[in-house]
Design a protein around this ligand. Structure first.
Ligand SMILES: [Mg+2]
Length: 298
């Protein structure tokens, strides 16, 4: 994240205060402004700023209520909030920090204090983002890991249901991988995983998330994508993998495919169906794709 792209959202019901803060910050940051709590929540949800400077005393929704709301939403809960207010009572400060704000600045605004506090918290946010990113990446393959998948999947499912767009998953498992590790050694096994990971990354769209789901198992979430398209894609990559020869070894994969249905109440139910289809593919002699039939009405 470069400084040029860092966005600070300033929130105050007084446009004069907004102008003062914008003048201090806009040389180094992209500044967005909101004049009410409702507007702040709308902008924060849409643009995900890196930091929010939040006035406490505002008509309708006060800063504390806004903070509480932002901390309850998955898409905004990690955005650091600094309260800015004319009220310098200790109780307010305590309440603000208890609600999850990272800092507290009192009015009248002193430019150097505002700049310094914003810079400090932006730096901390960037370090935190970096750590978060590292925790979400599988170090061997560079693909996202299971933690990441579980974090994004809720949003993908919600979007698919809201817009009625089909969502399908592929569960891809390397056939007889254990024997590669046993006969060629773990370093070779790792190389196979790494090269297969690179291949998979090239095969899908940026918006499709590809995860190293387990040891030699990869999960791809495709949206929008119905089951026919998912099978076609699965077969295409299965055939390509036959020719891939990662680490100069002939490998094949078995793939379980499942499309999200209204009866999959949770994501793990969809995974379970794909896993069952994958198990069937293994039973059929491997190197093939099996589609999970839709769950029956209960
Ligand atoms: Mg105010």
């Amino acid at each position: 994240m470069t400084k040029a792209k860092v966005t600070v959202l300033i929130v105050d019901d007084s446009t004069t205060n907004l102008q003062v803060m914008a003048a201090i910050l806009e040389q180094r940051y992209q500044v967005k402004a909101a004049t009410s709590g409702e507007q702040c929540i709308a902008i924060a949800t849409k643009h995900k700023p890196d930091l929010i400077l939040l006035d406490v005393v505002m008509p309708d929704m006060d800063g504390f209520a806004v903070c509480r709301k932002l901390k309850s939403l998955p898409e905004t809960k990690y955005i650091p909030i600094i309260f800015v207010t004319g009220r310098d009572e200790v109780n307010d400060e305590e309440q603000g920090l208890r609600l999850g704000a990272v800092d507290y600045i009192t009015k009248p605004i002193r430019p150097l204090i505002l700049s310094a506090r914003v810079d400090t918290h932006i730096t901390l946010k960037q370090q935190q983002d970096k750590l978060h990113e590292l925790a979400m990446i599988d170090q061997l393959t560079g693909l996202t890991n299971r933690h990441y998948m579980l974090e994004v999947v809720g949003q993908k499912l919600a979007r698919s249901r809201r817009h009625k767009t089909p969502l399908s998953i592929l569960l891809i498992d390397i056939d007889h991988f254990k024997s590669i590790n046993d006969t060629r050694g773990h370093l070779t096994g790792d190389l196979v995983l790494r090269q297969l990971g690179e291949f998979l990354k090239d095969q899908f769209r940026v918006e499709d998330s590809i995860t190293r789901f387990g040891g030699e198992e990869f999960l791809v979430i495709l949206e929008p994508c119905n089951e026919e398209q998912a099978i076609a894609k699965a077969e295409e990559i299965r055939k390509d993998i036959e020719k891939l020869q990662p680490a100069n070894i002939d490998i094949t994969v078995s793939i379980g495919v499942a499309q999200l249905s209204n009866r999959d109440l949770r994501f793990d139910q969809l995974i379970k169906r794909a896993d069952k289809a994958l198990y069937e593919a293994k039973g059929k002699g491997r190197n093939c794709t099996v589609l999970s039939s839709l769950p029956k009405a209960s």
